[in-house]
Design a protein around this ligand. Structure first.
Ligand code: GRF
Length: 217
């Protein structure tokens, strides 16, 4: 039997993407949860699903860099197949990227390269965008700049508020993130530092599910 594909979820807050990844885990397992916030609501899923949690609160460390170094050490010790950022609000350190490049992914609530950073839904509405969405990408040393794996779009509707648009995007996040993780686990999406390989089945499925792959962005 093949060894399970082990992922770690890194969170800072609510953890709805983490919960969704746990609920849909079939070809991978969530082996640990790491939070940089003591009171992140998503930590409760550790207790609920019997997944070890590791908290690195700012107050325990002299500097933000020493906190980031401790998180990196923990990740090295856990040695996962994949690190999944799920509402993780710290920018990962260059050392972290060096250690895990190609094995760290993030979900960002915008159609990158549009709207990197914060407040994406408000900014999309203010810019009068007709389409908005989310992007799953490999993490590099920039902020929301790494190679994009897949995107899902939603329309911006005339009466949208930041909240209504965020909810529409989040529903798509919950479809696309476990789909990408599953296909990485199965080796049907691969990354060789330069380009992303998609198995023909993944390409076909992306059309059915209305996801956009790297070459189509
Ligand atoms: C999501 O919108 C995700 O795209 C962004 O942060 C938010 C996290 O939400 N990176 P949750 O904590 O997963 O509910």
């Amino acid at each position: 039997m093949r060894a399970p594909y082990r992922i770690i979820g890194l969170i800072s807050g609510r953890g709805s993407n983490l919960l969704n990844l746990i609920n849909k885990a079939s070809d991978y397992e969530v082996c640990a949860i790491i939070s940089n916030k003591q009171d992140a609501p998503g930590l409760k899923y550790g207790a609920q699903f019997n997944i070890p949690t590791h908290i690195f609160a700012r107050a325990q460390f002299d500097t933000i860099n020493s906190l980031k170094a401790a998180i990196l050490d923990k990740c090295k010790q856990l040695n996962p197949d994949l690190i999944v950022l799920a509402g993780y609000m710290l920018i990962v350190s260059p050392e972290f990227v060096d250690a895990f490049y190609g094995r760290i992914i993030n979900i960002h609530p915008a159609l990158l390269p549009k709207f990197p950073g914060l407040d994406t839904h408000r900014r999309a509405l203010e810019a009068g965008e007709k389409q908005h969405g989310c992007t799953v990408h490999f993490v590099d040393k920039g902020v929301d700049t790494g190679p994009a794996i897949a995107q899902a779009m939603v329309p911006c509707l005339p009466n949208d508020t930041e909240e209504s648009l965020a909810a529409r995007v989040l529903a798509r996040e919950h479809e696309i993130y476990p789909w990408v993780v599953k296909n990485l686990a199965l080796g049907k999406i691969k990354f060789n530092d330069r380009s992303i390989y998609y198995d023909p089945e993944v390409i076909a499925e992306s059309r059915t599910l209305d996801f956009i792959l790297h070459d189509e962005m």
